[in-house]
Design a protein around this ligand. Structure first.
Ligand SMILES: Cc1cc2nc3c(=O)[nH]c(=O)nc-3n(C[C@H](O)[C@H](O)[C@H](O)COP(=O)(O)OP(=O)(O)OC[C@H]3O[C@@H](n4cnc5c(N)ncnc54)[C@H](O)[C@@H]3O)c2cc1C
Length: 299
């Protein structure tokens, strides 16, 4: 809990926009999460850097929240500052897009199509921000955002602004170096292909079509990564957990690798289903499922 001098300093420096005890469920696609001691929305890069600097100086834990579509936040919330990233400026430069890290992926896909820039079509229907997408190297079966990255502008752990080229981002299946470091992504440079001939919108529709059977209830998308050459959903289905519920959380009837919130689910309910799926799959197949979602439950 942020208290005393630190609290009054934060109030003074962050001003009116800082909210106290803000419930986080409304900022996550799971609709789950207790209150943050302090919640601060940043609209410019300068505000984002300022908030991170201040948290580090005062040694107050901070958490960067993008679209909240890949997180499961504790029912007790977060003891520290949640910095909601809404930095969403976009520039076009000869086949490249330079985007603030809080830019919604949906907006980038749309703007790229408007400028006849091809490459981002597979991201249609993935919620969240470009910053969050880079952190988890979001993608579909054979494509991921990391392939389109030229470089990333980061406010690093040493408090410096640094540019990191694609080769140094350690992009692998649903992961990158940014999951291990506490640096903050400020801006992303994407290299796309100028393509007047190819019908970008037809390609977008093709990708959208593959999503039509996805569960519609609040969720965070796939819960587990697919183990090599296997489908996490099929493994969970084979241990008989499709439709299994705990409180208001349920292993989706449509897709066993999705846990959905039927209304009022708690983080604890989801965690219990998650651990049940892990232990049943481990026992039956000897496979250790690894979470794709980021779990924020340390207090
Ligand atoms: C309906 C649905 C469908 C989905 N489909 C897909 C899919 O097809 N493919 C796929 O890969 N994922 C999918 N997802 C998961 C999710 O949308 C992606 O992982 C998305 O890229 C997360 O972005 P976000 O902005 O919401 O990140 P958040 O959930 O806000 O954050 C995720 C992590 O990134 C960190 N982070 C966010 N921004 C920054 C930043 N600027 N600097 C440093 N760290 C940061 C956060 O601290 C957190 O640890 C889906 C989710 C839903 C709900």
């Amino acid at each position: 809990m942020i208290k005393g001098k630190k609290l009054s300093l934060l109030k003074k420096k962050l001003g009116e926009r800082a909210k106290f005890d803000e419930p986080l469920g409304r900022y996550t696609t799971f609709r789950i999460g207790g209150p943050a001691d302090l919640f601060y929305e940043t609209e410019t890069e300068a505000e984002l850097v300022k908030a991170v600097k201040l948290s580090r100086e005062l040694e107050v834990p901070f958490f960067i929240l993008g679209g909240g579509s890949n997180v499961l936040i504790s029912d007790e919330g977060f003891r520290g500052i949640v910095i909601k990233n809404k930095v969403s400026n976009i520039k076009f430069q000869e086949g490249k897009i330079v985007a603030g890290s809080g830019t919604p992926l949906a907006r980038l896909v749309e703007e790229a199509a408007n400028h006849s820039l091809s490459g981002l079509e597979f991201c249609v229907g993935i919620p969240g921000t470009i910053g969050g997408a880079v952190v988890g190297n979001a993608g579909v079966k054979d494509k991921a955002i990391g392939e389109l990255i030229e470089k990333i502008k980061v406010f690093n752990e040493r408090g410096e602004i640094e540019y990191i080229n694609q080769d140094d981002c350690q992009f692998k299946y649903r992961t990158s170096r940014f999951q291990k470091e506490s640096g903050v992504i400020l801006e992303v440079v994407l290299q796309l292909e100028k393509n007047e001939g190819k019908d970008i919108r037809v390609e977008m529709l093709r990708f959208l079509e593959t999503r039509k059977d996805q569960p519609k209830e609040p969720s965070a998308g796939s819960i587990f990564k697919n183990p090599s050459r296997q489908s996490a959903g099929e493994l969970i289905e084979q241990v008989g957990l499709k439709g299994e519920s705990e409180g208001q959380a349920q292993v989706s009837e449509e897709h066993a690798n999705w846990i959905v919130n039927l209304g009022g689910a708690r983080c604890q309910d989801v965690l219990e289903l998650l651990s049940l799926a892990k232990s049943k799959v481990r026992m039956k197949f000897g496979i250790e499922l690894e979470e794709e979602i980021q779990i924020i439950d340390e207090l």
